[in-house]
Design a binder for this molecule. Sequence first.
Ligand SMILES: *Cc1c(COP(=O)(O)O)cnc(C)c1O
Length: 369
Amino acid sequence: MHRDTMILHAGYRAHQEAGPFLAGPQFSSTYTAPGEPSSHPLTYGRFHNPTWTAWEEALGVLEGGHAVAYASGMAAVAAVFGVCLKPGDVIVLPADSYYTTRWLASDWLKAIGVDVRLAPTRDDAQAGVLEGARLLWIETPTNPQLDVCDIEALVRTARSLGVLVAVDNTTATAWLQQPLALGADYVVASDTKALTGHSDLVLGHVATADPGRVTALRTWRTQQGSIPGPMEVWLAHRSLATLPLRLDRQCASAHQLADFLTSQSAVEAVYYPGLSDHPGHAIAKRQMQAFGGVVSFDLGTRARAERFLSSLSLVREATSFGGVHSTAERRARWGGDAISEGFIRFSVGCESSDDILNDVARALEPAAG
Ligand SMILES: *Cc1c(COP(=O)(O)O)cnc(C)c1O
């Protein structure tokens, strides 16, 4: 069966089973469960929930492994840090990773005695600082600069040095890129973004091929209480069925937008792995099914970027990415990334690409002035 068909049906009730295709969200903090707790499949809402179980089954199909759902992408990041690292260990992070991942590492991991090493994503530079490390953290394409590294090559080097590998796969999603098949030990994702794509929830998950690691990740969730809400999980599951459709269009339109932007004099640089002059293009082409729905570009100055954003009439100025509605923001307004004041992160939605391009073209006129 085609993978897209499997994703569409993943975690749904069996074809022969009467009733709804996808059971509704189960809202229960406690369950009637007399006597011996282990004789009951359901006891307490922090331990398990059938809505999570169906969602995790679906995520397992998508990832090609086993998945554990968390309250947010950062809760998933913290879970992998938590189950892998102890005082005295070394983690190698991308110097250009999602900012909050580095922030969590510098605040929490350093405080508990974990050594944090940073190296750029580009040119697989992290491979050069792996000696003695416990965990290599990869993010590709990076948010927001869309740099790319070679997952398979980094996994090979890490393996030879006994280093575990986790991949933050948020920007790509498992539909475009499957790190477990490339040998990664853990995949982490914020499901707030393109995976669910409707700008209506915050969620995350971790996937792994190893059942022992699943148990550790579940125990972490039970102890830390970083559990997802059943309503969010159900909405996410409902959204997953259209992931291939949504992303297919988003990637195609993003490519068109990137091509268009490279022809514009007001645009100083375009960052998109689908462009043949992107430094990671060859690797992205090999390890991704398509190049993603985010395009970043540089308008040079803060004033030009602000003029561009305020001149958009269809595309909303908002943070986050991956939703069906196009959004854009001046990323430097948040701080934490080594980017220009005029750097725009543009998330391409599911509108007609003509409408997106027209809106951008009109908004670039005042930006050029
Ligand atoms: C958004 C994001 C996260 C954090 O996810 P939340 O759901 O906001 O907690 C982690 N990594 C990357 C690459 C992200 O874009």
